[in-house]
Design a protein around this ligand. Structure first.
Ligand SMILES: [Zn+2]
Length: 71
């Protein structure tokens, strides 16, 4: 699940009490992602900030390796 309402919380045992990005207590709505090795829960603003940083990392990697990442 990507978008989490407070009513969803009891049904998702992987939801974290604190934000993966800033460490603050989670408020709702929140963003939640489950991967193969764990899960992350984030404030929506923190999800935006982290997404921008991840995209910047990919951009730097593309520039450093002269390889374009294709999806
Ligand atoms: Zn946060």
């Amino acid at each position: 699940m990507a978008y989490l309402r407070s009513i969803d919380h009891p049904h998702h045992s992987t939801v974290q009490d604190r934000c993966f990005y800033c460490g603050g207590f989670i408020s709702y709505p929140a963003i939640h992602r489950v991967g193969t090795t764990g899960s992350i829960t984030l404030h929506s603003n923190c999800a935006v900030d982290l997404s921008i940083k991840i995209m910047a990392d990919v951009n730097h990697m593309q520039n450093d390796t002269n390889r374009r990442i294709r999806m």
